[in-house]
Unconditional design. Structure first.
Lengths: 258, 569
């Protein structure tokens, strides 16, 4: 616990405590592999933060710390100012949308039941209509798609359903783990547009894991670059592009030709 | 809302332990299910045991207790047991019969355990197979020895011998005997090693069998084939082998016109037949013991051979042959209402097989019902144990492979051995059969449940956790439905194994379709064997088809389509 390193700037303190999500000196190892090495960052309410990095940079691990799918070895995760380890993990997850790369739809449930999952788990009164509303939101008319099985959907449709499932119970936070990574270029562009459109309408606190710097620049308010479990830089895309903080960030930008 | 008031925050403070607590609850619930399953097994299994005990409670005086007469699975044993039973009934003593109990180990273990009261045994077998002593040549010395030792060690009594010996004999076809001038075993040794022997596995191994024969007579067959007693005679008659081991009173010797070679050096130890009486019958019902001794010294070698021939060669019913002989001996009066209703009586020789089955439809239906009961109860208990255990192992993966390996080891115990092991603990009849079948059903169900639940769509399982399902919800709503087809496949495998293995339950008196198979083997009656084997095979097909339907029903629709398409490709 590194409360001492929290800094002495009171303005910074205030900003940090207003954050929807906050990681403070979070470390995690898997065996001998260090996945996260004292990572600190904050996600403001309604902000979209992209976690960018190569495979093994720790971006997915950090994402999963926020919904306690991963329990850090050291440091502190806060959700709305409350330490995550004081929250019931089940309750916490039911209040955070989650979209994995492959969609993670339950293959034995129809689309509507998949999307209605979280409202059902939360015991909300009208899961089915909440599901249908979420489907309309991601551009899938319920009367066409609600009764389909996941295997009857295209890759893009499957990811839309996964996003609808993450949004169905109107969460305050959505975590996305490379949600468009497995799609072809055209479908990816379509979904990115749809995502931007949704963000504009819903203003949900969003953490987006991606290895694609272009995607991060075009979708996120701020970008955190991770490398070997450490944060290289957290900044808006403008600052990142104009003033890369480290050699790694500069090389990353050069390789991405931005 | 993620924001929580102070009261709720207190509750959240215990959250880190939440996972362990939930797991413990699942564990507790699962183990409760397992114990429930075991209770169910024992409750269901105890029912027939209670039914068996009832006649004892029926009459208040102990003399009225039903006497359990058993036999080993060959014709002579059936016939002698039937004579014991009819004789006892003729003296007003109620009797139930347990025919065709496994082999010496099973019948004797059942006698020691008090599960049966009397069965016909041979003094030589008692000396060699039970006491594990060296053979003696003098019949009286053998009897004296086993009589004293059995009484001292087990409290079991040999009644005075019935009067005949059923010794090992070496038999050849008549042409072989003529061609090589064979009359005695010394002749056989002189004829040298041109002949192929077909011996029962028992005979090949035991000291008073082939090893002793080779030592005493210096005869070495060209090759030795291990043959089951049931096929030995046919193998000899058809020329597949030249020499077999036989029993000197076998009716088959006459049926196939065989020559039994004289044991001119007196190698084979004497096997006098006698009633072997359990400790409890001696104590509780001395009159029954006295009645049984009426048969002592009344059956000589040639009488016994003729009786066996009538059963084995002429296909007369055991009940009728026994009744006629008891009358002939003047031990029961005419009209014999005492004849047992023998379900396995050989049919009229010219009857067609279908007519034969039709005549036995009531018996076969009852046997099928018993067979189904054995399978259903053991399989049900197997499902209730192995499926939750599979889930539990998914949760505690570290212990999965040792546990599955141990359960798999059970599968490698030969069924007959497993059944024999259980007699001292559970006696004979339905109970040990159910336990054995239950143990055999565990492995395929456990293996498939564990693998099915473990490998159920990892992406979907992870997403389900990440969206806030509890471990129990993931199990119930995701893992189990996705694993259902594989679990059902395991259950189908177990069911088919169970239907097959349940035929062996007849060896320990549990009934079922194995009963006509065991009797048919004992009496060399192919139709009788088939009347058990064919329904058992059909039953396996039907059970598999029904469970296949269940598998289809429990398979989630999209998986069903995928399975069908992958099956076509």
């Amino acid at each position: 616990m590194s409360r001492a390193s929290q800094g002495d700037d009171t303005a910074d303190m205030k900003a940090a405590s207003a954050a929807a999500l906050r990681a403070e000196a979070v470390s995690k190892r898997f065996g001998v592999v260090v996945a996260l090495d004292e990572v600190s960052l904050a996600v403001a309410t309604s902000e979209c933060l992209a976690l960018v990095g190569a495979s093994g940079s720790g971006k997915t691990t950090l994402l999963r710390c926020f919904n306690r799918m991963v329990v850090p070895d050291g440091g502190r995760i806060e959700v709305n100012g409350i330490a995550a380890d004081e929250l019931n993990p089940i309750e916490l997850r039911r209040h955070m949308g989650y979209v994995p790369q492959d969609g993670g739809l339950l293959p034995h449930w129809r689309v509507r039941r998949n999307v209605a999952l979280v409202p059902m788990l939360r015991g909300q009164s009208t899961p089915a209509s909440m599901a249908d509303r979420a489907l309309e939101l991601v551009g899938l008319p319920a009367n066409t798609f609600a009764h389909r099985w996941p295997h009857e959907l295209s890759g893009g449709e499957r990811q839309r359903v996964a996003i609808a499932r993450a949004l169905a119970s109107n969460p305050e936070v959505v975590l996305l783990d490379e949600p468009f990574g497995a799609l072809d270029a055209i479908t990816r562009a379509e979904l990115q547009d749809a995502f931007r459109d949704l963000r504009a309408r819903l203003a949900i606190t969003t953490v987006l894991v991606t290895h694609d710097l272009h995607e991060a620049v075009s979708l996120a308010d701020r970008i955190a670059v991770l490398h070997h479990g450490r944060v290289e830089q957290v900044a808006t895309s403008d600052v990142l592009l104009s003033a890369p903080a480290t050699d790694y960030v500069r090389r990353l930008l050069e390789r991405a030709r931005i | 809302m993620i924001m929580r008031g102070p009261r709720q925050r207190n509750r959240f403070r215990v959250a880190p332990r939440e996972g362990a607590g939930r797991a413990a609850r699942i564990l507790a619930r699962t183990s409760a299910t397992v114990s429930l399953a075991l209770v169910m097994v024992s409750a269901l299994a105890a029912r027939p045991a209670l039914a068996r005990a009832q006649p004892a409670a029926h009459g208040s005086d102990s003399a009225a207790r039903v006497v359990v007469v058993a036999s080993k699975p060959f014709a002579e044993s059936y016939l002698l047991a039937e004579m014991f039973a009819q004789l006892l009934r003729a003296h007003g003593i109620p009797v139930v019969q347990r025919r065709g109990l496994g082999a010496t180990e099973i019948a004797f273990a059942a006698l020691r355990a008090g599960e049966i009261d009397v069965y016909p045994e041979y003094t030589g077998t008692g000396l060699l197979a039970i006491l594990h002593e060296r053979p003696l040549a003098d019949p009286r010395a053998v009897f004296t020895r086993v009589e004293r030792e059995f009484q001292q060690r087990y409290g079991i009594r040999w009644l005075p011998p019935l009067g005949f010996q059923n010794n090992f004999a070496i038999a050849v076809r008549r042409e072989t005997a003529q061609r090589y001038h064979l009359h005695t075993l010394s002749d056989l040794a002189r004829a040298g090693s041109t002949l192929v022997a077909g011996f029962s596995p028992d005979f090949i191994g035991r000291a008073d069998g082939l090893p002793g024969l080779e030592r005493v007579y210096g005869w070495h067959p060209r090759t030795v084939q291990a043959l089951l007693p049931a096929v030995k005679y046919r193998a000899l008659a058809s020329g597949a082998v030249d020499v077999i081991d036989a029993y000197s009173t076998d009716g088959e010797l006459a049926r196939y016109h065989l020559v039994a070679l004289r044991d001119d050096r007196g190698f084979f130890p004497p096997y006098q037949a006698a009633a072997l009486v359990g400790e409890r019958l001696q104590r509780e019902n001395p009159r029954a013991v006295a009645v049984l001794t009426l048969l002592s010294d009344r059956l000589d070698d040639s009488t016994m051979r003729q009786l066996n021939e009538r059963v084995e060669v002429n296909g007369e019913s055991i009940a009728r042959v026994a009744a006629a002989e008891l009358q002939h001996l003047g031990l029961v009066s005419g009209g014999s209402p005492a004849a047992s209703h023998t379900a396995e009586a050989p049919g009229a020789p010219r009857e067609s097989f279908l007519a034969y089955l039709w005549d036995r439809r009531a018996t076969l239906a009852a046997l099928t019902e018993r067979h189904l009961l054995l399978v259903a109860v053991s399989l049900g208990a197997g499902i209730l144990t192995a499926v939750p255990l599979g889930m539990l192992l998914e949760w505690a993966r570290g212990s999965a492979s040792p546990v599955i390996r141990v359960v798999g080891l059970l599968q490698t115990i030969p069924s007959i051995a497993l059944l024999a092991f259980m007699i001292p603990l559970l006696g004979i009849g339905v109970v040990p059969a159910l336990v054995a079948l239950f143990l055999y059903s565990l492995f395929p169900i456990l293996q498939n449940s564990y693998v099915g639940v473990r490998d159920a769509s990892p992406d979907a399982v992870d997403a389900a956790h990440a969206l806030g399902m509890t471990t129990a919800q993931v199990l119930r709503l995701v893992r189990l439905p996705l694993a259902a087809p594989l679990i059902m496949a395991g259950i189908r495998t177990a069911a088919v194994i169970d239907v097959g293995t349940a035929t062996l339950a007849a060896f320990i008196g549990a009934g079922g379709l194995g009963q006509p198979i065991v009797s048919g083997l004992a009496l060399s009656d192919t139709r009788m064997i088939l009347s058990g084997a064919i329904p058992a095979a059909l039953l396996a097909l039907v059970v598999d088809a029904v469970l296949g339907g269940v598998e289809w029903l429990v398979t989630p629709a999209p998986l069903r389509a995928r399975r069908a398409s992958s099956a076509h490709s």
